[in-house]
Design a protein around this ligand. Structure first.
Ligand code: V47
Ligand code: SF4
Length: 376
């Protein structure tokens, strides 16, 4: 055994694998794993935790993204996507109409998609009424599609704009057809770092409040972290522990999605990106710290296919979905230019890693192959 590993074991007081399955890691231990744990060791431990939960299964779904507008009242420093609300097409701004959305959906036969993921800029003129209309419009066209829409930042703006409580905003959206919340907008919870990279946008306690209210209303959600910019390991650990605490209360989070900061075309562009090894270590530590969130997702559009495949050995059990070239958030910041894979492509990627591909719905129920109506 290497002396580093022996030290780590000493620090955590017991043989580690037993320790990890019998009690949760605390803040100091989380930071210690980031600074001291050998990558191979993290890989083994995280893989064990993944296997205990999911056996050989790896999940994916059939989805598209829709980004209604990139006009935004905020100006997060890491964001390559936003434009000022006064910007026009020549400045790279867009603001899609419901007809544009209908046209997008019409490219997909009924039942080809199980989910539409909607996030975008925070438009100054839009409140809950807009969200309700959008959800109703989609449900009319595609009654069976699951709408995973609006980050906590968008929801808290909707509520303010419409002069209602967060709980009321969420209940109205749910009644209009909203199925779950995506994990975006979490960025990093530490107040000082958050203020530096995301300015005035919803502080951490508001992000957490939106998700807590959603869970109480029976709306499941995801959680993200934006890492690899100006934060320190301690900030990542504290972010995850705040999520773990909320999950202890509500059990409403389905998946945790670490998002590596991509550094093109934004106000932080001088910063180098995290290395692939750092990404893998981060997945493994997330799996170990977040013992109460069932799924760990590698968003392949952000990571690239090769690394997303490798992440399945570091605690990841979910690769998100087919996406079908429908998002610009990452391509504008340095991610894959035209992200799209059909389900056969995702299944092949998963099988190559000796895992069993499971097509899931948005709430992680398997979709049985005999009810898959179309081949995509
Ligand atoms: O909140 C923006 C991130 C998020 C950059 O819930 C960036 O299933 C890296 O939340 N580099 C929105 N990240 C996307 C999101 C998401 C994605 C996939 C699946 C799910 C889910 C949620 O994108 C933002 C922000 O953290 N982001 N710019 C950037 N330059
Ligand atoms: Fe606006 Fe979201 Fe970009 Fe921040 S990350 S500027 S809130 S679109």
């Amino acid at each position: 055994m290497s002396s580093r590993l022996a030290q780590l074991e000493e620090k955590l007081a017991q043989p580690l694998s037993a320790e990890l399955s019998s009690r949760r890691l605390n803040f100091e231990e989380g930071v210690y794993l980031y600074t001291e744990a050998p990558t191979d060791w993290l890989k083994i431990q995280a893989n064990k935790q993944r296997e205990m939960r999911h056996g050989q299964k790896s999940f994916y779904n059939r989805n598209i993204h829709f980004e209604p507008t990139n006009k935004c009242v905020y100006a997060c420093k890491f964001c390559a996507f936003y434009r000022k609300p006064t910007a026009n097409e020549a400045d790279g701004a867009w603001d899609y109409s419901f007809e544009n959305l209908a046209e997008t959906l019409s490219r997909y036969p009924q039942n080809q998609l199980t989910e539409i993921h909607i996030t975008g800029g925070v438009h100054p003129e839009r409140g809950v009424e807009y969200g309700e209309k959008l959800c109703r419009f989609i449900k009319e066209l595609r009654p069976h599609i699951h709408i995973k829409a609006f980050t906590a930042v968008e929801i808290s703006f909707f509520a303010r704009k419409s002069g209602c409580s967060i709980s009321e905003a969420l209940a109205r959206l749910r009644d209009a057809g909203l199925g779950s919340l995506p994990g975006g907008g979490a960025e990093i919870f530490d107040p000082e770092i958050r203020r530096k990279i995301a300015g005035a946008k919803a502080p951490a306690h508001q992000w957490l409040e939106v998700h807590e209210c959603a869970h109480h209303l029976g709306i499941a959600s995801n959680a993200t972290i934006l890492y690899g910019h100006i934060e320190q390991y301690s900030h990542r650990v504290s972010h995850m522990l705040q999520l773990r605490e909320l999950q202890d209360k509500t059990s409403g989070f389905n998946a945790f999605i670490p998002l590596r900061y991509r550094n093109e075309n934004n106000a932080l562009s001088g910063f180098p990106e995290a290395s692939p090894e750092e990404d893998l270590r981060n997945y493994a530590i997330s799996r170990l710290l977040l013992d109460n969130i069932p799924h760990l997702k590698a968003y392949w559009v952000m990571l690239g296919l090769e690394l997303a495949a490798e992440s399945m050995d570091y605690g990841v059990d979910d690769l998100d979905g087919t996406v079908d070239d429908s998002t610009k958030i990452y391509s504008m910041a340095g991610g894959i230019e035209h992200p799209g894979l059909n389900s056969a492509g995702l299944e092949q990627l998963i099988r190559k890693r000796n895992r069993e591909p499971i097509e899931r719905d948005s709430l992680y129920q398997p979709i049985l192959s005999n009810v898959k109506l179309l081949p995509n």
